[in-house]
Design a protein around this ligand. Structure first.
Ligand code: HEC
Length: 203
């Protein structure tokens, strides 16, 4: 891990510059009111020093056909609050897949996918379907220093991520998602073999 971090230092700096330049126009009054805390800066440095294949995919998606409330969350929360330490590409191109809906609906969808889309359960680097994976990760991000996400916002982001992951990674879009994700994985493996190994071959 330590060895890797030193190796990726240059990359971390490139990432930091990209993030800063992309972030300036989006800074809200809340973000600029107080100087960012040292612990937030440290968390951001950590986020950028350890890349994911996700980071090299698109930072935007087409959400224009999503329900209005989900679109609003995408525009005002996901692409703002989840892009302060790493880019929005990190959640948007993730293998994480959580069904949208109530607890019972989530369980029913997982059963249905096992029958209709069995490929979704065969490669966890492409699809990682779990009943509460986005809930866990949104909470994990919210617990980070300087994250600045209120509980009601966190719930909306969680709802967006379940809706979006289901839309873009399952059903008729499963094959397109697989192609895009496999390309990201192949490119990442070629560029960052040690990190690829750490993420996908040692678990
Ligand atoms: C305060 C900085 C910070 C903010 C804000 C933040 N993240 Fe992260 N994120 C990190 C760090 C650091 C990592 C590296 C892994 C870890 O520490 O959990 C990470 C990793 C990730 C990963 C990769 C996890 C994996 O194992 O594949 C995802 C997905 C993610 N973040 C989603 C989000 C979402 C969604 C939001 C908005 C709710 C968000 N992040 C906001 C710092 C942040």
């Amino acid at each position: 891990m330590r060895r890797f971090m030193r190796g990726s230092w240059v990359l971390g700096w490139i990432g930091a510059l990209a993030c800063l330049s992309g972030g300036v126009s989006r800074l809200s009054a809340e973000d600029t009111a107080a100087a960012p805390s040292a612990s937030y800066e440290a968390e951001k440095a950590k986020a950028l020093a350890n890349p994911y294949p996700n980071d090299f995919g698109p930072t935007l998606i087409d959400a224009s056909k999503y329900p209005a409330e989900i679109q609003a969350t995408y525009k005002t929360l996901l692409t703002v609050k989840c892009a302060r330490c790493h880019q929005a590409s990190r959640p948007l191109n993730s293998q994480f897949l959580e069904p949208y809906g109530t607890k019972a609906e989530k369980a029913a969808k997982l059963v249905e996918w096992k029958q209709k889309n069995p490929e979704i359960f065969k490669d966890r680097a492409v699809w990682q379907p779990e009943a509460n994976i986005w809930e866990r990760y949104v909470k994990r991000m919210m617990a980070k220093p300087g994250c600045n996400i209120q509980p009601a916002e966190g719930r909306k982001i969680w709802q967006f991520l379940t809706y979006d992951s289901e839309q873009r990674k399952t059903g008729a879009n499963a094959a397109g998602w697989e192609k895009q994700r496999r390309q990201l994985l192949a490119d990442f493996k070629a560029k960052h073999p040690a990190r690829y190994n750490e993420l996908f071959e040692t678990r």
